[in-house]
Write a protein that binds this ligand. Structure first.
Ligand SMILES: NC(=O)c1ccc[n+]([C@@H]2O[C@H](COP(=O)([O-])OP(=O)(O)OC[C@H]3O[C@@H](n4cnc5c(N)ncnc54)[C@H](O)[C@@H]3O)[C@@H](O)[C@H]2O)c1
Length: 346
């Protein structure tokens, strides 16, 4: 175990950092979980944190523009880092260095250098640092992962992501909006589903003639994964029709058969001649009727279990850095035009 447990029979004290879109989704999770409480909310724009807290009826909740003031004043057990990616390193390392565990929104950081600094800070402080990849908890992704595990040694995996997506200003400011923002979800899902880690990457990122993005909104990548598996990804934010689901469209071929998933409904499987393969069903939603953002309650549950028992959550930083490494290696390949090795040593 690389992190210390939180002892004692009391709710875990949590602070949300960032009061934008996703911060507003996380705060209700800390209120809803029976073993956590929300003890503060931080945003560089303090009035945004105040307004978000008030909107939840939390007029007495301490808010501040100063993370260190809230860490020192409220002595939380953990923070949920809901800031923009550019601020992830500063917020996470500040909390870890004060002995506070961190559950972060994706991506861990923008660069691998930043990520290494963050993982080393977690190691140094012996605190739990995890990144929540909410799609891992989709019941049909779990069913797909279990079905793929029946296929024997894997050889080929593909995912496509096509969306006609407009209106988000920050995507238009990125040089490679698909790779820099969305791809981590697909790449992390590829690791989750296959159980394989990246070895090398070759990627091209480009602008189709009809795109409304100034940046390269489309990309194709080939990853060699452990075990010789090849994973190919193709996607675009400027899909001219036939959009996929937000979790893409998938095919995995192994020795015993092929599994497919549209990223939404139930996965299907076809056995290779002479083999039998089980098609796993999705388990019932553990939070039926919820109106909250999907995959946050499950991520918080794994994080709390980690702090109490030492069982690492799926997005524990030493694991999650491998998904970020797929993004940064793909970007390096785009820049150099070469196939590059994927390194995720800390
Ligand atoms: N898992 C998902 O599906 C999902 C969905 C949306 C966003 N996200 C991720 O969540 C993060 C935030 O996205 P968002 O859409 O909520 O952004 P946002 O711009 O709506 O909100 C970010 C907030 O962070 C604040 N902030 C910036 N730097 C800060 C700092 N140093 N300290 C404190 N506050 C700071 C900003 O003032 C802003 O209020 C991003 O990493 C994004 O990729 C994930």
């Amino acid at each position: 175990m690389t992190f210390d447990l939180v002892e004692g029979d009391r709710p875990l004290r949590g602070v949300v950092v960032g009061a934008g879109f996703i911060g507003g989704q996380w705060a209700p999770e800390l209120l809803a979980h029976p073993q956590t409480e929300l003890v503060g909310w931080v945003d560089v724009a303090e009035e945004r944190a105040r307004a978000s807290a008030d909107a939840l009826g939390l007029e007495d909740l301490p808010v501040s523009s100063s993370l260190t003031a809230v860490l020192d004043g409220e002595e939380p057990d953990f923070v949920v880092n809901c800031t923009v990616p550019e601020a992830h390193r500063e917020v996470t390392v500040t909390a870890l260095d004060r002995g506070v565990s961190v559950l972060s929104e994706k991506p861990m950081s923008i660069t691998m250098d930043e990520a290494r600094v963050m993982v080393r800070a977690a190691d140094r402080s012996r605190r739990l640092f995890a990144v929540n990849q909410n799609r891992r908890f989709l019941p049909n992704l779990v069913a797909f992962r279990r079905t793929v595990a029946e296929l024997g040694p894997l050889g080929v995996m593909t995912s496509e992501f096509f969306m006609p997506y407009k209106g988000v200003a920050f995507l238009s400011s990125l040089e490679h909006p698909l790779l820099q923002d969305m791809a981590i979800h697909l790449f992390d899902a590829a690791r989750a589903v296959s159980g394989a880690d990246p070895v090398s990457a070759y990627c091209e990122s480009f602008r189709p003639p009809w795109t409304w993005y100034p940046g390269a909104c489309s990309a194709t990548a080939i990853f060699e994964m452990t075990g010789g598996l090849r994973y190919t990804f193709t996607g675009s934010w400027s899909a001219p029709g036939h959009a996929t689901s937000w979790t893409g469209s998938w095919r995995v071929a192994g020795s015993y058969g092929t599994a497919r998933w549209d990223g939404d409904g139930r996965p299907t499987v076809e056995a290779a001649k002479g083999h039998k393969v089980r098609r796993h069903r999705p388990e019932p939603d553990r939070y039926p009727g919820r109106t909250r953002f999907s995959g946050l309650a499950e991520g918080l549950e794994e994080f709390v279990t980690g702090l109490r028992t030492g069982r690492a959550p799926q997005g524990e930083c030493h694991d999650n850095i491998r998904s970020l490494a797929m993004v940064t290696a793909a970007l390096e390949s785009v820049r150099t035009g070469a196939r590059v090795a994927v390194a995720f040593d800390v």
